[in-house]
Write a protein that binds this ligand. Structure first.
Ligand code: PLP
Length: 466
């Protein structure tokens, strides 16, 4: 049984998070080898003088992330080598040759997106203060063409943030600043498909808005079904996959620990690459968000994230975290394609992160979105109990499975007329599934939820089947 030598800082709070973070670092650093058995939660709680629940929470977090496995009769151990690639780090997939792009159909437009944040809460004053700080302190030369990989101050701050909040395994040299997840994915695919046609496995259902983008970037898409545990890894083919593991879009499920392990196994069974879309992972309401896959296999996973959900999509600011050689190839591609992102916003975001403004804003919005989601879920349970809310308590959208026979398009039309952002799930599927819609709750104030759901109930009354 391993002696863990964990030091915790009681003044800091977040004890479960501290324990999880120390264990994660020990596993990554090799101090806790694959297969090592961890002390029983009761023993570790006694050692650390904390409640057992705190240790259980830390272990559960790492099981969910794939660093630990827990089995009845065996206890908790560091994920053995054959199920997690965390300790096997073969070289990253070699970038290859480009293909001509095909014309892609444009995505349908349904008004503002259900995944957009409440922009009325954009922290204008604090952002203004950050921009003012930047403009009064930055040297004039910093306004020249910047590093196409992003300004170093921002990459430095972001690396710290992603390590702390997303349990990512990144250093500034792994990061490329981009104009959002969309551009990050385009660039990554551009680089990966340079020397060979790229077959890209995508979740089914998947964000229909991303489909044209992915095709335009040269990928041939291969749909792989998603169920209540996330992507069905057994059905994967090809050597590159795009996943939304923290909160699948659109179904809202989280990739289960066993599927995470299976995905790691898949990645290390060949020269394979996982593209991780971490689009809304900061918003988890029932517990800490599951750490990103990239933290488990930084040589196999390319992580894309952005400030679109936390601050505003219009900022067009995001990042890609990739193995250093691939990050360099992406940075070069960015330099050749369009010379990089606007610098003032990059410095402002660095300042916002450094001074704690980003964390404060996230904390505030997390509380608000949680209230809004709860209000919507409660109203649905009371008024339309046959509409099932699926997925975890997270993000800015809810996935609603509709009673058999309901028309998705009709529900969306009614929702939009009631001022609620919604999209049908049908166009996001390649194989049939139950009728379902995605509803955005970020812009639906708590006091309006019940009224909107009642409105939907009245207008759908002809379709309600008892
Ligand atoms: C699943 C998913 N991925 C990526 C994006 C694009 O995000 P970004 O604004 O960072 O390009 C979105 C936008 O709504 C999304 O829903």
């Amino acid at each position: 049984m391993a002696d863990l030598h964990i030091q915790i800082n009681r003044e800091e709070g977040g004890i479960a998070g501290q324990i999880a973070s120390k264990l994660r670092d020990s596993i990554r650093g090799g101090r806790l080898a694959p297969g090592t058995r961890l002390p029983a939660t009761r023993d570790l709680a006694l050692d650390l003088q904390v409640s057992r629940g705190v240790v259980v929470e830390a272990y559960e977090q790492l099981v969910a992330e794939g660093f630990l496995v827990s089995r009845v009769g065996v206890g908790t151990q560091v994920t053995p080598k054959n199920t997690a690639g965390a300790t096997r780090r073969p070289k990253a997939a070699a970038p290859v040759r480009a293909r001509p792009v095909r014309r892609a159909p444009s995505a349908p437009y349904y008004g503002y997106r259900p995944t957009s944040p409440d922009l009325g809460h954009f922290p204008r004053e604090r952002w203004l203060a950050a921009v003012r700080h930047v403009l009064t302190t930055m040297p004039s030369d910093a306004l020249d063409y910047g590093d196409p990989g992003g300004v170093s101050e921002l990459r430095e701050e972001l690396a710290g943030y992603l390590r702390r909040v997303r349990a990512a395994d990144v250093r500034p040299e792994n990061l490329v600043i981009v104009g959002g997840v969309a551009q990050g994915l385009s660039l990554v695919l551009h680089v990966l498909s340079q020397d060979r046609p790229l077959r890209l496995a995508v979740e089914d259902p998947t964000s229909h808005r991303q489909v044209p983008l992915l095709r335009r970037a040269g990928a041939h898409l291969v749909p792989v079904p998603v169920d209540e545990e996330g992507l069905d890894v057994r059905r994967l083919s090809g050597d590159t996959v795009l996943v939304t593991p923290a909160h699948q879009y659109p179904t809202g499920v989280v990739l289960s620990p066993s599927r995470r392990a299976a995905l790691m196994e898949w990645a290390y069974a060949g020269d394979r690459v996982i593209l991780e879309d971490d689009y809304d992972a900061e918003f988890r309401f029932d517990r800490d968000p599951v750490g990103c896959l990239q933290g488990l296999a930084p040589d196999r996973v390319i992580l894309s994230g952005s400030v679109s959900k936390a601050l505003a999509p219009g900022l067009r600011l995001g990042w890609v975290a990739a193995p250093a050689d691939l990050a360099e190839a992406i940075r070069r591609a960015r330099g050749e394609l369009d010379l990089g992102s606007p610098v003032i916003e990059q410095y402002a975001l660095a300042h916002f992160l450094r001074t704690g403004g980003y964390d404060r804003h996230l904390r505030r919005m997390r509380r608000e979105y949680r209230r809004r989601r709860d209000a919507l879920v409660t109203a649905l349970a009371e008024e339309l109990p046959k509409v099932q809310v699926r997925g975890i308590e997270a993000g800015l959208h809810a996935y609603l499975e509709l009673p058999e026979g309901w028309d998705e398009q009709e529900v969306v039309r009614i929702a939009l007329s009631l001022g609620v952002s919604a999209e049908p799930v049908g166009p996001m599927r390649t194989s049939p599934g139950p009728p379902a819609v995605v509803v955005g709750f970020a812009r639906l104030p708590t006091y309006k939820a019940a009224e909107a759901v009642r409105g939907l109930k009245v207008r759908m009354s002809g379709q309600i089947i008892d």
